[in-house]
Ligand binder design. Structure first.
Ligand SMILES: NC(=O)c1ccc[n+]([C@@H]2O[C@H](COP(=O)([O-])OP(=O)(O)OC[C@H]3O[C@@H](n4cnc5c(N)ncnc54)[C@H](O)[C@@H]3O)[C@@H](O)[C@H]2O)c1
Length: 428
């Protein structure tokens, strides 16, 4: 039976390399659709957790994971040789930036090498990690073909960007349309057929470069619009205008406007990083991405502005940062998730620490935190006696009435205290 038939009949076996925020939900969706999935990860603790049916990703309920593990449709391993038997290999490893803000493809390269080591005729390889246009063609294809198998003749290769939005209860893997582009038409068709088993809508595009660029357009769009609204927030502060009221009123326009909100800065593994994959690649062709650089500059300066607002707040009580007790509410990069990667709260903590503040934090999703010079454990917010609180992340479970009563000074970077007024409340 050929691969297309195996996919359509549900007999295809899928190997997922990288079982994180992207790989685990995907593995569970494939398994729920009846496909046999083997997940390979270098992190033993994730493999152990999956094997025990315990989810470590908030969007994947443990009951769902335990059910597919028990049914034998999904299992995990740290042995790369176990992906040799599968029909499809789906790569979901991290794509961070180096300190120089250049793409760090080392995880992708290692995953491709692991794939190449076990590759056999008839397999389909899909890259899902966000990366610059050309990666699949220029990095993955030559490495996979080095052993003599040719894409389009012996094996198939496609790129399909992952669009999962951790913490989003409305849009999950199944109802987020999936974009697919292959090196050749057969690769596109095979990858599309696979996703059609688990995703409501699949969009085929001309090739891998288009598919790679789609994801970078989406994330650059967000980074630039957040940069714009952050600059508008700084401007409104100077002009003494309430930026939140402005955005709410502008948001009533039924066309041609989409609200974005200011905040303490960008966080997570995508928006602060992905646009720089694009600008790096464009620079190779002598093209400067001015919007990306400018948005990066504005967004990157927001933690400094938050610290300025903390200074204003303390100043109003004749206090200074040096010697004050400051409590951060929420350190995850966005509401209702536990991910602290690139979180602006880390920069804010570091800046306040350097200025001599005594720091505490609370976050229901982040029990402890380590940044350069600081190790902190989350504390009960009602048991602190801080001079000033900073709402960095507007988690739904925070009791904002209690927070308003508890702290004499509050810097609210998310408009979480919407509708509450008070001399001690300092909005962004
Ligand atoms: N997190 C998101 O919201 C999101 C959304 C869309 C796209 N993406 C993209 O998806 C990709 C993965 O992101 P993530 O958030 O799932 O990362 P993650 O860190 O949560 O998961 C990656 C997993 O890959 C494993 N890994 C690393 N190297 C490996 C190797 N050589 N072999 C096997 N396993 C390996 C890690 O141990 C980890 O478990 C990135 O390119 C990211 O930009 C992420």
């Amino acid at each position: 039976m050929d691969l297309l038939q195996r996919i359509k009949s549900g007999e295809a076996r899928v190997g997922i390399i990288g079982l994180g925020y992207v790989g685990l939900p995907l593995a569970v969706e494939f398994a729920k659709a009846g496909l046999h999935v083997v997940g390979y990860d270098v992190d033993q603790s994730k493999v152990d957790s999956l094997t025990a049916g315990k989810s470590y990703i908030p969007d994947v309920p443990s009951e769902e994971l335990a059910a597919v593990v028990k049914a034998g449709t999904v299992r995990a391993t740290t042995d790369q040789r176990e992906v040799a038997d599968v029909d499809v290999i789906d790569i979901c490893v991290p794509t961070p930036l180096r300190k120089t803000r250049d793409p760090d493809l080392s995880y992708v390269v290692k995953a491709i090498e692991a794939t190449a080591a076990v590759l056999r005729k008839g397999q389909l390889v899909i890259l899902e990690s966000t990366t610059y246009p050309g990666t699949t063609e220029e990095v993955a294809q030559p490495a996979l073909e080095a052993g003599g198998l040719k894409v389009g003749r012996d094996i198939y290769l496609a790129f399909s960007p992952e669009r999962v939005d951790p913490g989003n209860q409305t849009y999950l893997t199944k109802n987020i349309p999936k974009v697919v582009g292959g090196i050749d038409q057969t690769s596109t068709d095979l990858a599309a057929a696979l996703y059609e088993r688990v995703v409501d809508k699949v969009i085929k595009v001309a090739n891998t470069r288009v598919a790679e660029m789609v994801k970078l357009l989406e994330n650059t769009f967000r980074a630039v619009n957040i940069g714009l609204v952050n600059e508008i927030a700084l401007m409104c502060h100077r002009l003494d205008i309430d930026v939140w009221e402005v955005i709410d009123a502008a948001g009533t326009k039924p066309f041609g406007f989409m609200p974005f909100y200011p905040g303490p800065g960008l966080g997570g593994h995508c928006i602060p990083i992905d646009p720089f994959y694009l600008s790096w690649k464009a620079r190779q062709s002598g093209f400067e991405c001015r919007f990306i650089e400018l948005a990066g500059h504005v967004n990157g300066a927001m933690p400094e502005f938050v610290v300025e607002r903390v200074t204003d707040a303390l100043n109003s009580a004749k206090k200074s940062i040096n010697g004050s007790k400051i409590h951060l509410l929420g350190v995850a990069y966005k509401k209702d998730v536990g991910d602290v990667r690139e979180s602006p709260a880390l920069d804010i903590l570091e800046l306040l620490h350097r200025r001599g503040a005594t720091l505490t934090y609370s976050d229901p999703f982040v029990p402890s935190l380590k940044i350069d010079s600081l190790t902190l454990k989350a504390v009960d917010l009602l048991k602190t006696d801080a001079d000033c609180a900073v709402i960095c992340t507007n988690h739904s479970s925070f009791d904002y009435d209690a927070i308003t009563k508890k702290f004499p000074l509050i810097v609210d970077t998310r408009n979480a205290l919407r509708g509450r007024e008070g001399k001690g409340i300092f909005r962004l």
